[in-house]
Design a protein around this ligand. Structure first.
Ligand SMILES: NC(=O)c1ccc[n+]([C@@H]2O[C@H](COP(=O)([O-])OP(=O)(O)OC[C@H]3O[C@@H](n4cnc5c(N)ncnc54)[C@H](OP(=O)(O)O)[C@@H]3O)[C@@H](O)[C@H]2O)c1
Length: 327
């Protein structure tokens, strides 16, 4: 048996309840991981509210780090006792121990601690595919400007640093002056407080009227139209989240009117779809973290039993950087 946070109905944070569940043995292709820490992600909130529907009862969460306790048949890249971290497509990480598909479980380098491993996998692999694989037709080169919303968040602070390492000029938005200062400290070239300033006008001003080549938009409903207006002709709109709610449907003609724009709605597990691809992306993430180019800021820690408070804080925009559940 293991302690876990489970929901039996969709709803507010109050539906997250601490329960005892059976863990079981790993089947073929699976491993059992004893967590040392679990990551908190905005996606966990979509799982709780039902925006991303899953069968109930459900243990939310898709990110964790710990030690391999048991290995199922056919798993060759992991052994009992290995230190590991993962971002998994199937929820189930808000617990002390779980069984999961080994495809997405990677060995954690010895010099990366468990809290960092738990905080960085889902968010860091996301930044990896966004900045390195979600590109405009002509690609991105050093000096190019991109707009990244919610730049002081978990995904955002990693993006600020990784973009700087790639030589990109990241314009970051955030919801307070303190958050803007943090994004700048972590590598954003320019910051805009989008609760106080017109971010479209500011982006035009910063780019000398040209606009940016890519907008990485995880806020969704509240920023979508403005984001389209920040793009230069042939620019790419990458909507990868719904923190303020899903954006309204868009007519293809809108993309024509704004300059032959491209629109994509990417998701991590189209990229991290196989063991090889996951490991290749994780290796790139480990490299930037170990080199110090990307620092993982864990600004909030909660015991597993306080998962509801962790989600309340994230939903209320009270957090910066990453949050983890300690187990
Ligand atoms: N598609 C994918 O593959 C993928 C993978 C990972 C994450 N994501 C998405 O990336 C986004 C960031 O994830 P995260 O876990 O790192 O969260 P986060 O950015 O740390 O938290 C969300 C942030 O969104 C901003 N926000 C703007 N309007 C909001 C609203 N109405 N309600 C709540 N927040 C609002 C807030 O920052 P300000 O106060 O600065 O505005 C808030 O701190 C999420 O939308 C998530 O779904 C997508």
């Amino acid at each position: 048996m293991t302690k876990a946070i489970q929901i039996t109905e969709y709803g507010g944070p109050e539906v997250l309840r601490l329960v005892d569940v059976e863990v079981g043995a790993p089947g073929p292709g699976e491993v059992r991981v004893r967590h040392r820490a679990c990551g908190i992600n905005f996606i966990d909130i979509y799982q709780r509210t039902g925006l991303y529907a899953n069968p109930l009862p459900l243990i939310p969460g898709g990110e964790g780090a710990g030690v391999v306790e048991a290995v199922g048949a056919g798993v060759t890249h992991l052994g009992v006792g290995d230190r590991v971290a993962y971002a998994a497509p199937r929820p189930g990480s808000y617990c002390e121990a779980r069984v999961l598909d080994a495809t997405h479980v990677c060995r954690l380098p010895d010099d990366i601690d468990f809290d960092t491993g738990a905080a960085m996998m889902l968010k860091g692999l996301t930044v990896n595919y966004l900045l390195r694989r979600t590109l405009p037709v002509e690609g991105l080169a050093p000096g190019d400007a991109v707009l990244f919303h919610a730049a002081a968040g978990g995904v955002g602070l990693i993006a600020c640093q990784w973009a700087k390492a790639l030589g990109l000029e990241l314009i970051g938005t955030a919801g307070s002056d303190e958050k803007c200062a943090l994004a700048k400290e972590y590598g954003a070239a320019h910051v805009i407080n989008y609760r106080r300033e017109d971010f479209v006008a500011r982006v035009r001003e910063i780019t000398g009227g040209k606009g940016v080549k890519v907008v990485y938009d995880s806020v969704g409903k509240d920023t979508f139209d403005g984001s389209l207006a920040c793009l230069r002709p042939f620019g790419l709109m990458a909507v990868f989240g719904n923190s303020s709610g899903p954006p309204a449907p868009v007519a293809p003609a809108t993309l024509a009117a704004k300059g032959s724009l491209y629109l994509t709605r990417p998701t991590l597990f189209t990229h991290a779809s196989t063991r090889e691809r996951t490991q290749a992306m994780a290796d790139e993430l480990f490299e930037v973290v170990r080199s110090g180019a990307v620092r993982i800021r864990i600004a909030q820690r909660y015991p597993l039993a306080q998962a509801a408070q962790a989600q309340r804080d994230l939903e209320a925009r009270r957090t910066t950087g990453c949050s983890v559940l300690t187990v």
